[in-house]
Design a protein around this ligand. Sequence first.
Ligand code: ADP
Length: 738
Amino acid sequence: MSDRYGNVRVQVEQMKSLGDNAEKGGVDTEERLPVSSPSVSASPDPSSSVPTDASSFSDIPKQRGKSRSRPGKDDKPDSDGSLLGSVVPAPAVKNLRSPEYAQTLLIKGTGKILQGKSEPNGNYLTIHASKKVQETRREDGLKPSRKRRPVTVDTSKAKTSLEALKLSIKQLKWKEFPMGRRAACDIYWHGVSFHDNENIVSGQVNKFPGMVEMLRKVNLSRAVRTLQELFPEEYDFYPRSWILPEEYQQFSTQIRMVKENDAAVNPTFIVKPDGGSQGDGIYLIRDPSDLKLMVGSHAKQAVVQEYIPKPLLIDKLKFDIRLYVLIKSMEPLEIYIAKEGLTRFCTEPYQEPSQKNLSHVFMHLTNYSLNVHSGNFVHSDSQSTGSKRTLSSVLYRLAAKGVDIKRVWSDIIALVIKTVIAVVPELRVYYQADIPPGKPGPTCFQILGFDILLMKNLKPVLLEVNSNPSMRIEHEQEVAPGVFEYVPSPVDEEVKVGVIRDTLRLMDPLNKKPTITSQARGGGYEHMEDIPLDPESQGRSPDEMGNLPSLCLKQVYPKYTKQFNYLRLVERIAALFIRFLGVKGNMRLGPTAFRTFIRTCKLSNSNFTMASVDILYIDITRRWSGAVPDSREAGMGLQAFVEAFFYLAGRRFKSLVLKEQVVSLLELCEAQLGPQLSVEDRRSLSCSRALPRSIKTQSVCLTNPRLNSPAPQRRAASQDYRLHARPKPRTLRANVEN
Ligand code: ADP
């Protein structure tokens, strides 16, 4: 597959002509973090990487993280630089230094050829974006033409994604049902949640049950923190976070201690209300006493998070990346990443946080919805300028400055896969509750919006994941004084229509493998042999698809199963949990089911009697229901069960580190439970003792090594229980533009 996605080829001389002195220092050579995941390191292909002679921007690292280990080619999650296309230099060298020098950037998979010229300031000016060339269509290896009925799509609940969806359906020559349809449709497109249309018993829905809940700020933080406990190095891409109000004491004590130890340390924190979006209610603080814990008469849940003080800047502005990720299927897990994304820019030059500038939202928050109100906002009419640009144009620009964008891209892929692995366990619980085995129901897929910040040292940091990323392709503009209209936004259209269209192509029911549907039930794990080797090559013939470009979505999982499967430990715990849930539609274990689990897995003995089991159950369950004040369902949720499981593992295998304790207990339980999980399943998911990397238990801090994440600290203080909470059912967030 790697040949299909070209490497960026930027010649040294070209780079010099593209250099942007204004941005010198934008990439920090000193502050290099050791990158923790050897399994994802991408050793750049010397023939395709960035210049070796970049003296004109010597402050830009050629490669990041010297200490990073570099396993073989196969171990790279994306050595093909697929997003990045190829820059095709043609003219003679003598012209290369000319700032007017034009070149073409073929963004493979998006079907576009960006043609442009470099401006003296380093911007890349698009001359025109040509339509997809014929050859790239053939790259999909599409099947010979045959006539079939059009795929039917119910768009009646599409909300703000409707425009992009309509365009996509038109390009595919499929059939749209804007008012719904009495007969079943092949695909139902929902604007908000799985439940937008009730009673769908067949077809496919573009939302998973529970995704909205799982991706709320508090729940995402909890899910990632659980994985951080097990794999601190691999999950160091998420800023240290505390959940308010329950972890207020821990947060303030820790900050006080850090400051007492070193008066020069003065970290900044960002506070995000749990239900917030579009930057609403977000503020920065430097002291715990500045927290606004109470909203009205009661304490609102929020996440307080380490603020990343040194983001990568372009044109002196902070920006973040919106990346579209498709979960094509949860069982087996199939993840695709869009090769093209968006970048959203602040509108006030960035300065590191100080007491004076903490309230400058246009400097610190990249939300489109906020910055659009700044007088400095520039609506982009090309892809590489303005306050919202394509990701490829930004990467192109970074490559031109000598940044190793292949490595950045590979780190981003790793971040995405690991994040999905963190949220999938709880999603499985929601899934079986909504569509239990045996009950007719649709299969699900979902496009997620990952918000990612690049640190100055180029390390990607996860800010949040949106379950309903805005798919709007127009923006509001004042066309005459006081008169606002929605006008097309070329950048949004370019990116979002491609993502929706190609999601539909991948979900085309007439090309779907039946094995996936039948497996999408009931808590087991995938059989690797059922996974299509190259799903991107599935599809209709070019004629049927109306001369469409090759897919802009790239499969990253199961493609990189080998590198990431060992992280799927909590999923195995979730499989046990689901097995003992019993009643269809249930999401919590009752005390009897918990006892049955202990008995069946033979976990009690004279040192740990059934009476202790009951106490453990009551203690953990009570604490969790306290942490989630408005939780309605009684019993033990998955996160509480995971806590109990960690506790049991710690008791039984005292001498091991947590990750090994958990693996050992899982193996013990799975052996007792017998063949529901096949040998292949277990082998493929086993976190074997011979892990591909060295095992360290210390948490790695993003910016301040003196701050520890709350969960490991809790464990260090006591071998008892951790504090987590089940996701709350809440009002669902509508489609929003961040
Ligand atoms: P919302 O859902 O309200 O958009 P986000 O978590 O995306 O909330 O945060 C809003 C913005 O704040 C982000 O787009 C980013 O610019 C900034 N931001 C969020 N978290 C951090 C962080 N930990 N460090 C630095 N900036 C951050």
